[in-house]
Design a protein around this ligand. Structure first.
Ligand SMILES: [Zn+2]
Length: 146
């Protein structure tokens, strides 16, 4: 904001100096305007890069899915993963989990994710609750009024 203003007024000032025959001052002013311009270009590049990074993060957030334990990435119908929930939530990094015999392991934070048991995949049989109470217990005991 300030830079643009500085340039707009600076160019007019340089022109005035040249018209007045003060060439050295005019040249010095043009030099500082050029430096200013280059700094603005650098800043602009940095902002563009930041914007691209933010867009990438938003894009990723749309593709990522949480299964209640781990993250999966859905890219063009292809499911990739799983990825560590802790690392993604904390650092925004997708860290592949390595499959072990009974769990997934994160190589980065060493978090463990237990694999679903085989029995949980098929149709489940509800474990039968054993009734421990043989007799019904009255909820309210009648009290004799005194
Ligand atoms: Zn992790």
């Amino acid at each position: 904001m300030f830079s643009t203003l500085f340039q707009a007024t600076g160019f007019k000032r340089a022109l005035d100096l040249f018209e007045a025959g003060r060439f050295d001052e005019g040249k010095a002013l043009l030099k500082s305007l050029q430096d200013e311009f280059l700094a603005v270009c650098d800043e602009n590049e940095a902002l563009k890069k930041q914007l691209a990074e933010v867009a990438e993060v938003l894009d990723l957030a749309e593709k990522i899915q949480f299964d209640g334990q781990k993250y999966w990435l859905d890219e063009d119908g292809e499911r990739k993963g799983p990825f560590c929930q802790v690392c993604y939530d904390r650092d925004g990094l997708l860290v592949h989990l390595h499959r072990r015999e009974n769990h997934w392991e994160c190589q980065s934070c060493h978090g463990l994710y237990i694999l679903p048991r085989e029995s949980e995949k098929g149709p489940q049989k509800k474990p039968r609750l054993r009734t421990t109470l043989d007799k019904t217990v009255p909820l309210f005991l009648e009290q004799e009024m005194s």
